[in-house]
Design a protein around this ligand. Structure first.
Ligand SMILES: Cc1ncc(COP(=O)(O)O)c(C=O)c1O
Length: 398
């Protein structure tokens, strides 16, 4: 008998962050007070002027299909933003708006990767990169950053990973899960390597751009020698607290942009027309809420760092962006409280969920099985209480 499901879906991994969130929700539904530090989502509301624009879009009957890549004014506004903030000189025709940056990324991967092409992924990486490459039947080549170096991959490592089959390099900066931010000079070194190979693309995921604690944020596509090879991915979810609205975009050369439009035209068409109007208000409007959120994340980062330093066995570093910290917890492997034995970071997360009622995500799906991801997109009180519970329960592991 034939199997019901395709090999494609059978082999596809479940999103680990969503899986952990589901477990935490199930426990909370039983009445347990779970502190969820597992999801990658701002804990702020979407700013009022953005919500107003969406309400107006409904009242104005802006409720029909828009062009697949978005309505023209939004594409133009994104092109202007990329030019103003990022030094990327794309026109509206180079912009494709999608149902979240997640769709932007899969559009790109499916548009450029052939079976057995290699995609270099800087690790630790965002959980969805590897399944996306698998869906395109490509091969992910993982290059590991070391916690000692703030999880940064060196230019030498990148160079060594390139083969005649390399199609693209893919990374996020600021990174999910580590918060690592590549500086201008580090990106320049990457650009100079990639520029030697005109058939290799750079998929630069910049979704955490506005949550960067460094003085300067830099986009690799601004270097002239890789301009045409760089596909910049960004979106509204993180910087404007708009996760549920589902708006992301790319800026890329016209061949790539047109390919993504063709791909999306067969899957979803344009993203929601109302969400597009909201996104327009976000990108052309007042940025003070975005700045306030960044200030709050920085304060929380420092709070979590100081509390984590106080927990024996947890190895930290300083994240320079996003709202995650990804400490090494391998010191707990092999330990037990008598009931739970910790062999992996997943065991540790299950122990902390069940005993401390704190939900984290294990590092396996991010390519770093010795780490756990802690999201600090939560209130100061929740963070303090979560760290207190963790300290207490981790001390019981001998
Ligand atoms: C690194 C990274 N890229 C892309 C996304 C997808 O964002 P969106 O909500 O726009 O689909 C996320 C969301 O968690 C992310 O962390």
């Amino acid at each position: 008998m034939q199997k019901v499901l395709s090999e494609r879906i059978i082999n596809l991994e479940e999103s680990q962050t969503l899986e952990m969130a589901a477990k935490a929700r199930a426990l909370a539904a039983k009445g347990v007070d779970v502190i969820k530090l597992s999801l990658g989502e701002p804990d702020f509301f979407t700013p009022a002027h953005i919500k107003e624009a969406a309400k107006k879009a409904i009242d104005d009957n802006f409720t029909f299909y828009t062009p697949v890549a978005a309505y023209p004014e939004l594409r133009e506004a994104i092109a202007q933003k990329l030019s103003r903030d990022n030094g990327l000189t794309w026109k509206a025709e180079n912009i494709v708006v999608s149902t979240g940056a997640k769709q932007s990324l899969i559009n790109v991967v499916l548009s450029i990767v052939n079976p057995n092409d290699e995609v270099i992924v800087l690790a630790p990486y965002w959980v969805s990169y590897i399944p996306m490459i698998q869906l395109a039947e490509g091969k992910a080549v993982i290059v590991n950053g070391d916690i000692k170096n703030g999880f940064k991959v060196t230019p030498e490592q990148l160079k060594a990973a390139i083969t005649p089959k390399t199609k693209a390099i893919m990374y996020s900066s600021p990174s999910n899960p580590t918060g690592t931010v590549y500086t201008k000079s580090e990106l320049k070194a990457f650009a100079d390597i990639i520029a030697e190979h005109k058939d290799i693309f750079i998929i630069a995921d910049e979704i955490y751009e506005y949550i960067c604690f460094e003085d300067e944020y830099f986009s690799i596509g601004a270097f002239e020698n890789v301009r045409n090879q760089t596909i910049t991915v960004n979106g509204f979810s993180k910087g404007y607290a708009m996760t549920g609205w589902r708006v992301g975009y790319i800026g890329a050369n016209k061949e790539i942009a047109d390919a993504c439009i063709k791909m999306q035209g067969q899957f979803t068409s344009a993203t929601c027309s109302i969400a597009q109007k909201a996104a327009y208000a976000a990108i052309t409007g007042d940025m003070s809420v975005t700045k306030e959120m960044k200030t709050a994340y920085l304060r929380r980062r420092d709070l979590v760092l100081s509390l984590l330093k106080d927990i024996e066995g947890i190895k930290t570093y300083i994240p320079q962006g996003a709202f995650y910290i990804f400490p090494d917890v391998s010191a707990f492997f092999g330990k037990t409280d008598g009931k739970y034995t910790i062999k992996t970071s997943n065991d540790l997360c299950m122990y902390l969920l069940n005993e401390a009622h704190v939900a984290l995500v294990d590092g396996e799906g991010f390519g770093a099985p010795e780490c756990v991801r802690i999201s600090f997109a939560a209130s100061d009180e929740e963070l303090k209480e979560a760290m207190r519970r963790m300290k207490e329960k981790l001390a019981l592991l001998k």
